[in-house]
Design a protein around this ligand. Structure first.
Ligand code: MLT
Length: 267
């Protein structure tokens, strides 16, 4: 693990391997460790870069009001600069990471080679969802990150994962309990005001892979299939028996889909 200084804060990042850059961007309220199976599988063929976003994992947090999806995308561009990576990247993101990916498309299109969206959405929050995020942010600041873990954990995993891989659920809970409440509140407020990206989809110029767990109730397969249809060069892959955390729940099928998309075999 390394800490990399970018624009007044430090980001924690795990890097593995050499080759074309593969940037792995985690969801909410998690950290880079959700990509452990992809880091292992693709580190042999790619330069894998798996950061903790601002406010998560071991990265510095900044208060609510200072974080937007655009800021998180700029942080990643700053990280690539600091690492000396000028080659366009494959940007692989889950859920909130996908919201950051859309800002990256808007602001840093030249740095993008391919896009992989796992379990994510293009629509903005409804007024009600945004209000709920604000209320959750207030509770997290008052009571701590456990409140966010309680709210999110039941929605993340497919029933089969909870039954057959309880350790995966428990490890995820621990990550959520360790996260800085200031970072969680800041990200909740940032997600609440994020732009709708539906209109962006037809303008995406790079090849894209969209991956969704069969039982994902946050970003459903039907919704993601529709997103894939709107992107000019996209393919869609549904992952059987997985939920919202498909790359962590079903790494074999997800890695096969990614490997096929990238034209490689996995380790
Ligand atoms: C995530 O997994 O990043 C969250 O479900 C995103 C969200 O709450 O919209």
């Amino acid at each position: 693990m390394q800490r990399i200084a970018i624009g007044g804060i430090s980001l924690n990042v795990e890097q593995r391997g050499r080759g074309a850059p593969l940037l792995l961007v985690h969801g909410f309220p998690l950290d880079h460790s959700m990509w452990r199976h992809q880091i292992d599988a693709f580190g042999a063929r790619f330069h894998v870069i798996a950061p903790d976003l601002r406010g998560f994992g071991q990265s510095d947090a900044t208060p609510p009001g200072t974080v937007t999806m655009a800021q998180l995308a700029d942080d990643l561009a700053g990280l690539l600069d600091a690492l000396g990576i000028t080659q366009p990247v494959t940007f692989c993101a889950l859920s909130m990471g996908g919201y950051v990916a859309f800002s990256f498309v808007r602001r840093h299109a030249k740095r993008l080679d391919k896009l992989i969206l796992c379990d994510s959405r293009a629509v903005a929050d409804t007024a009600e969802a945004a209000q709920n995020r604000g209320a959750l942010a207030d509770r997290v600041l008052a009571e701590g990150s456990a409140v966010a873990a309680e709210a999110m954990l039941p929605k993340l995993f497919a029933p089969l994962t909870a039954e057959k891989q309880p350790e995966v659920v428990e490890q995820t809970r621990q990550v959520m309990l360790r996260v800085n409440p200031i970072g969680v509140a800041a990200a909740l407020e940032a997600m609440a005001v994020r732009e709708d990206s539906t209109g962006l989809l037809p303008t995406i110029q790079v090849p894209a892979l969209l991956v969704c767990g069969e039982h994902d109730g946050i970003s459903t397969p039907d919704e993601m299939r529709g997103m894939a249809q709107a992107i000019p060069a996209a393919r869609f892959e549904e992952i059987p028996a997985a939920g919202h955390m498909a790359p962590l729940e079903a790494p074999g099928p997800v890695n096969r889909a990614i490997a096929q998309f990238l034209g490689v075999t996995t380790a």
